[in-house]
Design a protein around this ligand. Structure first.
Ligand code: NDP
Length: 290
């Protein structure tokens, strides 16, 4: 039976630690770390994500601001706003919620955020730093997964890791991060042949596909660590992952649930990177679960 990697518990402990760091900055006369989140339009899923980010930012004591802009906002208006925040010392992190309306070029917007304030870790400079082995800001979901490995003492050295999914925000960066920890990484995707067979080679299986419960026990080697990034809705409208938890959990040594797995860690790493920008150093969360 797999041990549950409790993303909610870990995120709560890390957020308590972040609150201490924030209050220490303020107590020593520093500027309260600030995060601005910009949403363009009213995509309902985006509104939920933005609200969750705002709540977490407030919980750890950040100076939190959310700009909710109309769907008619032009690319130039958005670029000008980002430039304003790039130069505003009150904000250590700038996040533009994706997706943007189709008349705005997302790449152009992400490129406009100063790399030091790019708390999502999507700027090409930050991506480049990650892939040359000198990570600065790291995409939050993969960063959160690495913190889970650290907190649960899951050693990647020499392990076979398989990632299903090759997106820029999850699949590619988690592969780079695990390789940096000396895992042998295979990245699989929709064109991979014999996917279940490839996945079943994994000591560590990271699944980021976006297909409800697609990965069942036939994809999983006995004793594998299974990280489920997926956020989908099942036939009853209930939140579920890409992994069929009921069939996989008995085979896994460790497994993340959905909800309360990777999701809370993603937001926590966003806040972490805003606080780290204010501090000018990384925060060491070693031993955070006690
Ligand atoms: P993308 O849609 O950008 O990428 C999905 C990847 O899965 C692609 O590489 C695609 O392959 C691959 N894929 C799709 N179908 C199959 C298949 N049948 N077999 C094998 N591979 C397949 O998704 P994201 O990476 O952005 O997100 C993945 C999931 O994770 C989603 O459910 C998303 O909601 C969730 N998510 C959760 C987060 C969290 O905080 N918990 C954060 C980010 C995402 P190809 O490249 O060949 O098309």
């Amino acid at each position: 039976m797999g041990e549950i990697i409790d993303g909610r518990l870990l995120a709560d402990k890390m957020q308590a630690r972040l609150k201490e760091e924030v209050e220490a900055i303020v107590a020593s006369g520093g500027t309260r770390p600030g995060l601005v989140v910009i949403q363009v339009g009213a995509n309902p899923a985006s509104s939920v994500y933005v609200r969750n980010k705002e709540n977490s930012a407030i919980k750890v004591g950040l100076h939190s601001q959310v700009d909710r802009l109309g769907a008619e906002t032009t690319e130039t208006e958005l670029l000008n706003l980002i430039e304003e925040y790039n130069n505003d010392p009150k904000f250590h992190g700038i996040l533009v919620q994706l997706p943007l309306p189709s008349h705005i070029n997302e790449d152009k917007i992400l490129d406009a955020i100063h790399p030091d304030k790019d708390v999502d870790g999507f700027h090409p400079v930050n991506m480049g730093n990650l892939f040359v082995g000198t990570p600065t800001k790291i995409p939050c979901t993969p960063y959160g997964i690495m913190k889970m490995f650290e907190a649960y003492n899951i050693d990647l050295n020499g392990k076979n890791a398989v990632v299903i999914g090759r997106s820029n925000i999850v699949g590619k960066p988690i592969g780079a991060l695990m390789m940096a920890e000396n895992a042998t990484v295979t990245t699989a995707h929709s064109r991979t042949k014999d996917l279940a067979k490839v996945a079943a080679q994994a000591d560590i299986l990271v699944v980021a596909i976006g297909r409800a419960k697609m990965v069942d026990a036939s994809f999983v080697k006995e004793g594998a660590v299974v990280i489920d990034v997926g956020m989908n809705h099942d036939e009853n409208g209930k939140l579920c992952g890409d992994v069929d938890f009921a069939s996989v959990e008995p085979k896994a040594s460790y497994i993340t649930p959905v909800p309360k797995g990777v999701g809370p860690m993603t937001i926590t790493m966003l806040i972490t990177q805003a606080v780290e920008t204010a501090l000018g150093r990384k925060i060491d969360f070693t031993g955070i679960l006690g």
